[in-house]
Design a protein. Structure first.
Length: 203
């Protein structure tokens, strides 16, 4: 059976997925539901080149899938006659233009490992969030024009530790902010271009 993870979605997207799931499960009879859903134009299932099962949901009814779920199957460790199915990736096209606006990759414990977001819905990813054991460790902000990582925010236990920026876009960090208990304590700048801070400012 599918597992629904509405609680992990940003709020504006939750209703969208909810609609997608409603569209996929039109019948009360679960045996019938699978057969029906395969014929339902709003739901289809396929296998990709990597052998993953891909479920496509068209929540808006325009004929284009806007929610894609990717699953991997493996034999159960305790009982190899059983097949385990695990969702490895979720993609959402929030505005129906064919480009993915949310892409989540899950670890083997079903925690989000990475999350790519196109918040302004222009078709290019603006931030990538990295998680370890379900906890945010790093957030990269991507410059829309150059596609480079302009700012990296580092976290420990969900609290901001350090911000790094490449302000002159030469792929070398030249600006640092350090935080203690979430409060900015000092700012460093590299003015000579060697990648090391040479001026420090206490806050
Ligand atoms: Ca889109
Ligand atoms: Ca964008
Ligand atoms: Ca730089």
């Amino acid at each position: 059976m599918m597992t629904f993870m509405l609680h992990r979605l940003p709020r504006p997207l939750a209703p969208l997925l909810f609609l997608a799931l409603l569209g996929a499960c039109g019948s009360d009879d679960s045996a019938k539901r699978d057969a029906n859903s395969l014929e339902n134009p709003q739901f289809s299932r396929s296998r990709n080149a990597e052998g993953q099962i891909v479920e496509h949901y068209d929540s808006t009814g325009d004929g284009e899938p806007d929610v894609l779920k990717y699953y991997e199957e493996s034999a159960d460790a305790d009982d190899p006659s059983l097949t385990r199915r695990r969702m490895v990736k979720l993609e959402i096209d929030a505005n129906g233009d064919g480009s993915v606006n949310v892409r989540r990759v899950y670890d083997e414990y079903n925690n989000v490992r990475t999350e790519e977001l196109d918040v302004d819905l222009d078709g290019s990813i603006d931030s990538i969030l990295y998680y370890d054991g379900g906890k945010l460790t790093r957030k990269e902000l991507i410059d829309a024009e150059s596609g480079r990582v302009s700012t990296t925010r580092h976290y420990a236990e969900g609290t901001l530790l350090r911000v790094e920026k490449d302000q002159n876009a030469d792929d070398r960090i030249d600006y640092w902010e350090f935080y203690e208990e979430g409060i900015l304590t000092r700012v460093g700048r590299d003015t000579t271009g060697d990648g090391q801070a040479d001026t420090w400012q206490a806050r």
